[in-house]
Design a protein around this ligand. Structure first.
Ligand code: GLU
Length: 301
């Protein structure tokens, strides 16, 4: 059993809270890739897309409500002091929002956990959702997906000194944590039933438990885990290779095909004009992985 270490937890809590010291005087420069400028997005006229009930409601409200994550470094993070969201998913939400006629300041982000995404879209709590949301056939029965705009793969995060875990086959009898309702959680449950699977609402709760020794591994997409590992490289590392394909989509209400196809067009436009790459390099790229080619958009019937 590993000794309880208080300091790394405090460090992690601080970084997850977005208090990593940016802008403070005397803060040493961060290791790895340096932040580049975020793109700015050209806002199209408000009536550029017609016939979407979701957008009609957003226009009369005066702003978009977009579902996101708030504790995933470089992807979707909320600064607790300012309430500002940032990260690659947040930029995706902003760039496509601009094409729908909404400036970044006309987007209100709302944090929705993995397990609650479909209901949030079905109940109209959010207009669309951008938060490491894997497109799959089960979910397509409940919601629509624009995209994909990124491809991730399920991986494992372990403590730096872990020697026994190199892939999901090594999880038998070990405690592995993931977010309830996520595809990585479901895959461990189904394909690796010998693992002792623990479900929390968020991956940051899992990571806290990994650092304190309560669990032996955290499993979710590599894109998410790379962010946590990059924040505390002395404590955590990714083990082995990705063992699934997780295409990220923008979740929309199932029957709003006009909105879904408008978002597909918007993604394509921003991939072609360089915004996508620029946004990646200013966000997710900071976890150390260079920008891949964006995947082909799937305008499914
Ligand atoms: N991409 C996976 C999913 O949609 C894991 C990440 C998440 O829970 O957001 O379930």
């Amino acid at each position: 059993m590993r000794k309880h270490t208080v300091l790394p937890v405090l460090v992690l809590l601080a970084v997850l809270a977005g208090l990593s010291g940016c802008g403070k005087e005397g803060t040493p420069p961060p290791k790895g890739p340096q932040a580049s400028a975020l793109p700015s997005y050209q806002v199209r006229s408000g009536d550029a897309v017609t016939g979407s009930p979701t957008l009609d409601a957003a226009r009369s409200r005066g702003h978009l409500v977009v579902g996101a994550k708030e504790d995933q470094p470089y992807l979707g993070q909320k600064n607790p002091a300012t309430g500002e969201y940032s990260g690659f998913d947040i930029e995706i939400a902003r760039m496509v929002g601009a094409d729908l006629g909404f400036a970044p300041e006309q987007i209100e982000f709302r944090t929705i956990a993995s397990a609650n995404r479909e209901t949030a879209l079905q109940n109209g709590q959010v207009d669309y959702y951008v938060g490491t949301y894997t497109i799959n056939d089960n979910r397509k029965k409940l919601v629509g997906f624009a995209g994909p705009y990124f491809i991730a793969g399920q991986s494992l995060l372990v403590r730096k000194n872990e020697t026994g875990i190199d892939g999901p086959q090594d999880l038998a009898g070990r405690k592995v944590c993931s977010a309830a309702g996520s595809t990585p959680y479901q895959r461990i449950q189904k394909d690796y039933p010998q693992a002792k699977l623990i479900g929390y609402d968020t991956y940051s709760a899992c990571v806290d438990n990994l650092i304190t020794g309560q669990v032996d591994a955290v499993t979710t997409d590599n894109a998410i885990l790379q962010g946590y590992a990059a924040k505390v490289p002395d404590e955590l590392r990714i083990a082995g290779q990705p063992f699934s394909t997780e295409p990220y989509g923008i979740g929309v209400p199932k029957n709003d095909t006009v909105l879904r196809l408008a978002l597909d067009d918007a993604l394509q436009r921003h991939e072609q004009n360089g915004d996508w790459k620029k946004a990646y390099e200013a966000t997710l790229g900071l976890s150390g992985v260079p920008a891949p080619e964006p995947p082909a958009i799937d305008r499914y019937q």
